[in-house]
Every structure is written in C-alpha cells, then in structure tokens.
Design a protein around this ligand. Sequence first.
Ligand code: PXG
Ligand code: PLP
Length: 440
Amino acid sequence: MKPRDYSLDSLWMPFTANRQFKSAPRIFVAAKDMHFTTDDGRQVLDGTAGLWCVNAGHCRPRIVDAIKRQLDTMDYCPAFQMGHPTEFRVADLLRDMAPGDLNHVFFANSGSEAVDTALKIALAYQRARGEGQRTVLIGRERGYHGVGFGGISVGGIPANRKAYGSMLPRVDHLPHTHNLEKNAFSRGQPAWGAHLADELETRIIALHDASNIAAVIVEPAAGSTGVLVPPVGYLQRLRQICDKHGLLLIFDEVITGFGRTGHAFAAETFGVIPDMITFAKGVTNATIPLSGVIVRPDIHDTIVNNAPPGMVELFHGYTYSGHPVATAAAEATLGLYHEEKLFERARSIAPHFENAVHGLKGMPHVIDVRNYGLMAGIELAPRAGKPGARAFDAFLRCFDKGLLVRVTGDIIALSPPLIIEKAQIDQLVGTIADALKAID
Ligand code: PXG
Ligand code: PLP
C-alpha cells in the first residue's frame, strides 16, 4: 500500500465512530459494478449498494458519460425563476414511474431535505385548503426520515433525537411493527401486526383530534432500523384511516424507491397509493445528490391555485433544486434501470436471495432473519451490556474477508445492487456465516 499523503485529523466523519475509524481506517479508492477497491488493493463485494443507493452497481458508463456531457454544456442553472430542459424531462419520467395519480415533482438534494419538503408541503396544503389548524405530524417509532429537524421530529430513533432538544412541537408516533415473538424468521411480509395501524385512530386521533393532524409519514418498509417489513394489510389500514379523517399519507421511499422491492416504488409493490412519495439515493444511482417529493394533483393544485397570479406559490426551495448535473445523472440512471429491466431483475432474483439469507437461521447469535425484495435484516443477540458490539465485530470481520455489510444496532442489513448475481449472493451469505462462527 502506498503511504497516505493525507492526514485523518481534520475530517469529522458522519455517523461514524471517528476514534475507532481513525485507529484502523477503512479507505476505498475505486469502485466498479459490484465491487469496491480498498487502498491496499483488495476487492470488496458491495452488499449494501453503498448506503442503499447504488442500485445499478458502480461507475456505470451511461451515467458517468451523461454527467460529463452535462458538465461540459452547462454546470449550473439558477433554481429559482429559471429552468433547464433536463429537470422538466426527469420530472416527467418520475411522474410516469409513480403509482396512481401522483404527478408533480419538487426537487431537493438529500433524503433529509426531501422529508422536510414533504412535511412543509403537507402543512402548506392543509392551510391552502382552509384547514390551517392541522399542524400535528405523525411519524413512527424506529422510523428514519433523515437528520433535519423535521425528519428527526417525526423519526423514531432515540439516539438521533436525544441531544437535540424539543424539535418540532406537535408530533406523535405510531408504534413500530417489529416483534420477534410474533414474527421472527418471517419470509417476506409478516402475518402478524396489521392491527398496529389501528393505533392511528384509537390512540393518536383520539388524543389530538383528526381536525388537528396534517399528515402521517412512514417508510413503507423501514430500512435504516434494520429492515422492518410491513405486516400484511398494515399499509392498507393506514391508508383507510388517513382517508377517513382527511390526513395526508406520505411514504418515505428514500430507500425503497427504484427497485429495492421489485418495482419502481414500494407503493406499487404493496398496492397502497400514498399522497406523497419522497425519493433520493437510487434516483441518480448515488452519483450526484438528488432527491425530491412526488405529490398528487390535488396537493399541487390547491397550493398553486390558491396563490395570487404572478406570485410565488410555495415559499420553499434549495439553491441546488433540480441541479443540471444531478438531473442529467437521473435521466441516465432511470434510462439504465429501464433498459436493463433492473426492477424486474430484483424481483426475479429475490427468491434466491430470500432462501440464501434464511439459510443463516441456526447460525451462532442469529435471532431473526427478515427480507423483502433485495433487502434483508439479520438480527443478532446483543452481548450483555454492550449493544451493537457483536454486529460491529461481524461488520469488521466481513470487511476483512472482502464483503461490505451495514450494521445498525445488532442487526446486519443487506441491500445489494440490483445487478447482483446468484453466485455473489452465495458468497455474501457465506462470508456472513463464516463471520458469525468466528466472532464471540
Ligand atoms: N428517509 C429515509 C427513509 C432514509 O432511509 C433519509 C430519509 C435521509 O436521506 P439523506 O440523503 O439525507 O441521508 C434516509 C437515509 C443506513 C443508512 O444504513 C440509511 C440512510 C442513510 C445513510 C445510512 O441505515 N437513509
Ligand atoms: N445559508 C446562507 C447564508 C445562504 O445564503 C443560503 C442560500 O442562499 C443557504 C444557507 C441555503 O443553502 P441551500 O439553498 O444550498 O440549501
């Protein structure tokens, strides 16, 4: 390995154990298709599509070339009061991919910004239709909606909230649906748990009154907290209750979008159409940051038509909303997904993936395996008094053996690129099995 010509001192790394990392750094210098290359020249199989985002595999020429071409043509276009062709074309593509009648797209740059945007659109919509008292936002325990103040308010991860004060003032949370006693080792959607959606009506609406609630936001399948697949009928139940009481339903599809569950969006997979979808990550195959919100016509029209002619209708946006390089990357990415039928590919290889990961049942420490599409969670029994330590050891061990996995608490999360081959799935699961046998 070449000696490093940089210091590790000044970079403060996100969601990273900085001191541990800097004592034994893990540095990637290149990536191609299913693999990363480390700075000591090793190939590492990408079991996580980066951070759930490189759905078509790394450094795909079609996307890379589109980015280069756009950079040579126009580096930037002001996002406010000016437009450029690619952002309109990508909005059309996303409208065509979206389920139901969702048909207007607002661009941001990260999943966190997409979530803040969706929450603000929900509030602006309720106000524009004369229901401005509807300001309560409902999230879910164990939900991850990014790290903005809006996202951590509706989010349900204690560690992401506890240091940050009171956040948004009027928020409540549905219970999560994870229950090992009822659902351990479920293949696909668990049978138990649809009734947990009823708490929206029996507890939350009963407490706050429906007339005060603006929106409910959930991940259709929770990714970040370890792949929590919705119980059969659960999302349908949420949809019914929201309809009955005039609440908007937002699906945060930052992870589940773009093929992870076998269709463009999990809304299509699970057959439930929300009022808004947030997306990010896979929309550009993670090459350039881009995110956004897709909304139903009534939401867009109510806000836009309610403003005086000639005036800005929604006081919201980012310097880089619809950035030309990001939208060029998105146009090429969506074209690649279509051309290679990657969502269908995810669907057709999912049974092999399911069988492979469930083969880990009975391995040391494994207390649950769960999966949907090309995502899976393998939950380990925590070490006494040291939550997360066992899975982190598994992560380090896998990395040493040429496999990148993601761990969250004591859960190993898998979300490989949709181009993964069966033999690579077997390698992935085999490496995890060896790691589980090797760690204490
Ligand atoms: N919503 C959801 C459902 C997400 O999964 C965000 C919002 C925020 O996106 P940004 O682009 O602001 O990070 C996410 C992001 C992990 C992991 O391995 C998950 C995410 C990001 C990084 C790591 O759990 N999810
Ligand atoms: N902070 C300052 C001082 C700014 O001028 C701006 C944008 O003009 C922002 C923050 C917001 O940046 P962005 O639009 O990239 O979110």
